[in-house]
Design a protein around this ligand. Structure first.
Ligand code: 5GP
Length: 198
């Protein structure tokens, strides 16, 4: 596999990373395309297959695992599997674009380890776990049990922040968006230069 750059945004659920990723995708000069993950969880709200995720059955997911089709996969929550198909990255690189991932911390760090030069790994830190809880409740898309599951995982995820290339504090959204845009632009420019030198 060879091609463009990889931009990973990882964070606890509800930290606002999806908002940041959407903003970056709207910036044409960054030439980004969203890596659509495969998941065994059911669609939420108005999520669409082939846009937000490839929604597949647990059985199909396990078949892909056995076939070695994933770049990385994770059982992010019990019985809810998520993974990046190798074909997804190939699809985007074939378009001549850079890939942006909205994935969990373990998956994000795995991609960084597999492609250390190409990858910019950014951790988005919410102001506090308390604030996370408020945001998840406001979203009203999950049961209390599911929200509690996400909160419990958040504390563990926060501890992995130092392993990322950069940490963005998502306190004031405007600032977080600007910081994210600058980091991605710099990463893309830096790598392009070293490619020219080769
Ligand atoms: P949600 O159910 O809220 O869409 O996602 C739950 C978590 O799974 C989020 O942290 C999200 O970033 C992560 N996730 C989504 N796709 C992938 C993937 O392909 N691989 C991994 N490891 N995590 C993913």
């Amino acid at each position: 596999m060879k091609g463009g750059k990889l931009i990973v945004f990882s964070a606890p659920s509800g930290s606002g990373k999806t908002t940041i990723v959407r903003h970056l995708l709207s910036q044409e000069h960054l030439n980004l395309e969203f890596s659509i993950s495969a998941t065994s969880r059911a669609p939420r709200g108005d999520e669409k297959d082939g846009i937000d995720y490839y929604f597949i059955s647990l059985e199909q997911f396990k078949k892909h695992m056995k076939g070695g089709d994933f770049l990385e996969w994770e059982e992010v929550y019990r019985d809810n599997f998520y993974g990046t198909l190798k074909t997804e990255v190939e699809r985007i690189w074939a378009m001549g674009k850079n890939v942006i991932f909205d994935i969990d911390v373990v998956g994000g760090l795995r991609i960084k380890r597999k492609f250390p030069e190409e990858t910019l790994a950014v951790f988005v830190r919410p102001p506090s776990v308390e604030e996370l809880k408020i945001r998840l409740k406001k979203r009203k898309t999950e049961s209390d049990e599911k929200i509690n599951m996400r909160i419990a995982k958040a504390s563990v995820e926060m501890a992995t922040a130092p392993q990322f290339d950069f940490i963005i504090e998502n306190d004031v959204l405007e600032n977080a968006l600007k910081e994210a845009e600058d980091l991605v632009a710099q990463h893309i420019a830096k790598n392009n230069r070293s490619e020219e030198e080769e």
